[in-house]
Design a protein around this ligand. Structure first.
Ligand code: ZN
Length: 282
């Protein structure tokens, strides 16, 4: 199953066409895309057997984030070996470094992003998990059962704010407005050939800068959910950024940052793409 946020309304995607959930369910499920996760199991069962009307075509620019207002956004750092190496950090052994991206940084999949003046703004393509049912102290073996689905994300990062000062400011440097685009849709794990092995890549102005597979994650999706949930309960609709592979601007020689006019396209196999254009702050 695939769901999306079309102009602020929850839709089911059927053969690429959007079916409005509130209308198709006669009001049983609300139009608010964030509300569905509170009743995820009930929704999934309804969607599996519902007789749906014909959908309408989707313009990507009208898509919002599939989880636009989560209570918690949790992001893992250093979760690919090659990215930890290019960043000059040791590998995590029991828990990756964890930070948040504040909720005001979330946008839909197609957007214009203002570059903070004087900043060093960088890209990080990431698989993003949205939680379906509350997960607290769950083992990895059953962690997938708590996942509503997967989407694509960009953990856009301003490296000066992130790294300056007496201790790094990961959360702040990664939370400027528009720094957390996610989408274009949410795909349930059963709709993917292998949800533990998805190709992900991103390009800047057409040039490929990152390319990997999620099978290279140090902490796989179920391992990450299990370990995070050993400390914090993960709530329905929460968003988890799983980490980025090598190829970020910070790790290049010479280092490279996003500039006004650049276009960043991020793709995850079986899910879809994000498209960000960067502009100077007026
Ligand atoms: Zn990241």
């Amino acid at each position: 199953m695939r769901i999306a946020n079309l102009s602020g309304r929850l839709v089911l995607l059927v053969d690429g066409l959007a079916v409005d959930v509130e209308k198709a369910s006669d009001g049983r499920f609300a139009a608010d895309p964030q509300a569905v996760y509170e009743r995820w199991e009930e929704f999934r069962q309804w969607a599996e057997q519902a007789h749906l009307p014909e959908g309408i075509p989707v313009e990507p620019a009208r898509l919002g984030a599939p989880a636009p207002a989560p209570r918690q956004i949790v992001a893992a750092g250093l979760n690919y070996r090659d990215h930890a190496a290019e960043s000059g950090f040791a590998l995590p052994d029991t828990m990756p470094p964890v930070f948040t991206k504040f909720a005001t940084s979330i946008t839909g999949p197609v957007s214009e992003v203002c570059l903070p003046p004087g900043g060093h703004t960088d890209w990080e393509v990431e698989l993003v998990v949205v939680i379906g049912t509350r997960a607290h102290r769950v083992p990895a073996e059953s962690a997938w059962d708590h996942v509503a689905g997967l989407t694509a994300g960009q953990d856009i990062s301003e490296r000066i704010t992130q790294l300056e000062g007496p201790s790094p400011q990961f959360s702040l440097g990664k939370s400027f407005p528009g720094f957390a685009p996610i989408g274009p849709c949410l795909v349930t794990p059963d709709a993917l050939d292998d949800p533990d092995d998805l190709g992900l890549r991103c390009t800047v102005n057409g040039e490929e800068v990152q390319k990997s597979r999620t099978s290279n994650l140090i902490f796989s999706v179920p391992e990450l959910v299990a370990r995070l949930s050993s400390v914090i309960p993960l709530l329905p609709g929460d968003v988890v950024f799983t980490g980025t592979p090598a190829g970020v601007g910070l790790g290049r020689a010479p280092q490279r940052w996003l500039a006004p006019g650049d276009e960043l396209v991020s793709t995850i196999e079986g899910i879809g793409e994000l498209r960000q254009r960067f502009v100077a702050q007026a």
